[in-house]
Write a protein that binds this ligand. Structure first.
Ligand code: HGY
Ligand code: MN
Ligand code: MN
Ligand code: MN
Length: 409
């Protein structure tokens, strides 16, 4: 391996600080396979090449960068990494922090003379946010066979581009999308470092935490249909305006969530069609995100919301349909691995998260763990997301300690 590349997480993050900035929304907008995300993928590949790593992009668009100085068989590998795509107007750290920290953790291990007894892979997963095609963790769902590749190939973005077309445009064969047993056979365990999306560490006063669990969560799309018409020539009594039941449903989502302790239900996206100021919409699409520790309660909440939406639509002479876009049950991370990380990182707290991650998908297949790095704002999916330089370096140090244990014992 070439001489260790002396980096810090801060220097790597500042090198990509201008990629995908969104002048309209603020923050970053890096949809999967967009110019911004593709340039981050190139950035990662060049950082990996500078470290002499063997890189490959697999059939599902996942990048694997291998550190295997002993030329060991690619099995029982320790794998770390995260994602480079973002939500619209997201923060700088959600995803990229885990990728940059993996590179620095490797540099630290090389500098310390660590001699791995199994291969290490640094990975980048596509479409973790599901911002372009509506399915969070699309790459890891395909890798593990948790998603039908034909459904994935047919997913369409807001511009009418299918995932299959985008894959073809980026050198991936849509017909090969899907469960990758060869890649899964290499996986021994997976550790993802991620910015904390909440204030747990701020209140506990530490830079790093180990994750205990991921809240079950899902996404649904409700489509209200009415009669598009002229805003100025249509009497109120003659209207079938889908915006009205959609608006009522937004308020019902909050009302119903309050009934179920611990529920988090959100309408973050509401799109009228055609969307003219002087036009009564013909349809309104509303996207619902519901999360709860108990999957049965999530189901109950969604049922109550669907009932409320149906009666609101009926009242306005409108139609409504509802489609489940994705659903992931709550995840408890592998206790043995989690306890092992607590030995590697004495005194580090263990915290749950309400955010989904590729680690949550992989947890069903291999021992999986997550490390969180303090976010003083506690805010995420927003430009206000933040990590102090010192905490970013502490996170990479912690990841290096954990990876060293997993690679050498
Ligand atoms: O939505 C989430 O929980 C994650 O940030 N994809
Ligand atoms: Mn993330
Ligand atoms: Mn996110
Ligand atoms: Mn006109």
């Amino acid at each position: 391996m070439p001489a260790p590349v002396a980096t810090t997480v801060t220097s790597l993050m500042s090198a990509i600080a201008d990629v995908g900035t969104d002048p309209v929304r603020g923050g970053y907008s890096r949809p999967v396979f967009s110019v911004a995300e593709l340039s981050l993928r190139e950035w990662f590949l060049s950082e990996a090449a500078a470290r002499g790593l063997d890189t490959e992009t697999d059939r599902n668009g996942i990048i694997w960068a291998w550190w295997n100085p002993g030329g060991l068989p690619l099995r029982d590998a320790v794998v770390t990494g995260s994602h480079l795509d973002s939500v619209p107007g997201g923060g700088a750290f959600d995803g990229p922090l885990g990728v940059a920290s993996a590179l620095v953790a490797l540099d630290l291990m090389v500098t310390r003379g660590v001699r791995p007894r199994r291969p290490l892979a640094l990975t980048v997963f596509p479409e973790e946010e599901g911002s372009r095609f509506g399915r969070a963790c699309l790459g890891s769902l395909l890798l593990t066979g948790a998603m039908d590749p034909r459904v994935a190939a047919g997913l369409v973005d807001d511009d009418g581009v299918t995932f299959a077309e985008l894959c073809s445009a980026n050198g991936l064969e849509p017909a090969y999308l899907g469960r990758d047993d060869e890649a899964l056979a290499r996986l021994g365990c997976f550790v993802e470092l991620h910015v904390e999306q909440g204030r747990g560490l701020v209140d506990l006063g530490g830079p790093v935490a180990v994750a205990s669990s991921i809240l079950g969560h899902g996404r649904w799309r409700l489509t209200f249909t009415g009669q598009g018409n002229h805003a100025g020539t249509t009497q109120l009594a003659d209207r079938r305006d889908p915006m009205i039941p959609a608006a009522r449903t937004v308020l019902d989502v909050r009302r119903i969530a309050h009934v179920h302790r611990g529920a988090r239900a959100t309408v973050g996206r509401l799109v009228p069609t055609p969307g003219g100021t002087n036009v009564i919409a013909s349809r309104v699409d509303l996207w619902l995100d519901v999360r709860h520790p108990d999957d049965a309660v999530t189901e109950r909440i969604v049922y109550e919301i669907s009932e409320a939406a149906a009666s609101a639509a009926l009242r306005e002479g409108c139609g409504v349909s509802m489609v489940e876009e994705s659903l992931s049950g709550s995840v408890d991370f592998d206790r043995a691995l989690r306890d092992r990380l607590r030995v590697d990182l004495p005194g580090v707290p263990v915290l749950p998260t309400g955010a989904g991650h590729d680690a949550g998908v992989l947890a069903a297949h291999v021992p999986t763990a997550m490390l969180f790095v303090r976010n003083p704002s506690g805010v995420s999916h927003s430009p206000a997301e933040h990590v102090e330089d010192a905490d970013a370096e502490s996170g990479a140090e912690a990841l290096a300690d954990v990876l060293t244990d997993l690679l050498t014992s």
